[in-house]
Design a protein. Structure first.
Length: 147
């Protein structure tokens, strides 16, 4: 009977050690998840700065396009006979419009990426919170078996 108790105590001790190792691994993984979330937050902040800069670029481009349109209208009104030059300006405006459309597509893509990164950060935060809760519960359970 004493041998059985000794064996059970030994097995309990091994089980406690294994649980402690699992809990330590969970804590290490949770800490790593927090680090990754912090890196993602930095990335999201950088995306936000990039989006702000892109918005400013669009505002500047919009003002420049408005200035170009005004200039083209003035030139057309004053010099109807210079058709070749007006055609060149129109081509330039078409090119700028194409650039504006390309930039708009890039801004949309950046916005979608920022939204996705934000979702990932939120999901990661939830997972880390759950892992910490489970790790604490496991630690409490391990302390109950401590002889």
């Amino acid at each position: 009977m004493a041998d059985e108790i000794s064996n059970l105590a030994s097995q309990s001790s091994k089980a406690v050690e294994e649980i402690r190792n699992v809990v330590n691994d969970l804590i290490a993984n949770a800490e790593k998840s927090v680090e990754i979330m912090n890196e993602i937050n930095v990335s999201v902040d950088q995306q936000d700065i990039t989006l702000t800069n892109t918005k400013q670029s669009f505002q500047n481009l919009y003002e420049r396009l408005n200035n170009c349109v005004t200039s083209v209208e003035s030139v057309d009104t004053m010099t109807n006979s210079i058709e070749g030059q007006r055609s060149n300006v129109t081509n330039a405006l078409s090119f700028l419009n194409g650039l504006a459309q390309d930039n708009a597509a890039v801004a949309e893509e950046s916005s979608a990426m920022a939204t996705e990164l934000s979702r990932i950060v939120e999901d990661s935060s939830t997972i880390v919170t759950e892992l910490e809760s489970k790790a604490n519960l496991l630690l409490e359970n391990v302390h109950q078996f401590h002889v």
